[in-house]
Design a protein around this ligand. Structure first.
Ligand SMILES: [Zn+2]
Length: 151
């Protein structure tokens, strides 16, 4: 059951970065800067994809899923495998997922999308949508801060 909601797609931003790169306005050093932490997360928790890296075109991209939310406590900000997300979504009311694509060949990385998961979403079509309350607002503000950090 897919319960993801408030999906934000970053493909436009990614295309803009690639345009800047191809136009020579930014260098590959600026965009191929995956940290050792991100690369480890990609190796151990990453989801392989069929998509070729847009920079080196020799490796396939790996998707890393980072989770954020008050209910996660010390697990907040950790990477999780795609298979772990539905389990978390059944046990937690709401948490935020950030998907980052990484190339382990050239260190290219970019935010792919973000969305909310959790049990709260199962009742979202019901009449009392207003009852989502504080958790949604705080998750949304985390998302905003995170977006600003990406710039
Ligand atoms: Zn690459």
């Amino acid at each position: 059951m897919r319960t993801s909601r408030q999906v934000v797609d970053y493909s436009l931003q990614k295309r803009a970065v690639l345009r800047e790169l191809h136009a020579g306005r930014v260098g590959t050093y600026d965009v191929c800067d995956a940290s050792p932490y991100l690369k480890n997360a990609a190796r151990f928790h990453g989801e392989p994809t069929d998509h070729r890296c847009p920079i080196c075109r020799s490796e396939n991209l790996t998707h890393v899923h980072y989770i954020y939310g008050d209910e996660l406590k010390q697990s907040a900000g950790q990477a999780r495998t795609l298979a772990e997300l539905p389990v978390l979504a059944m046990t937690l009311r709401e948490f935020q997922v950030f998907v980052v694509e990484v190339c382990l060949g050239c260190d290219w990385n970019h935010l792919v999308e973000q969305y909310l998961l959790g049990r709260d979403g199962l009742a979202e079509d019901g009449p009392d949508q207003g009852a989502v309350g504080g958790a949604a607002t705080s998750a949304a503000s985390v998302g905003r801060r995170r977006r600003e950090a990406q710039r």
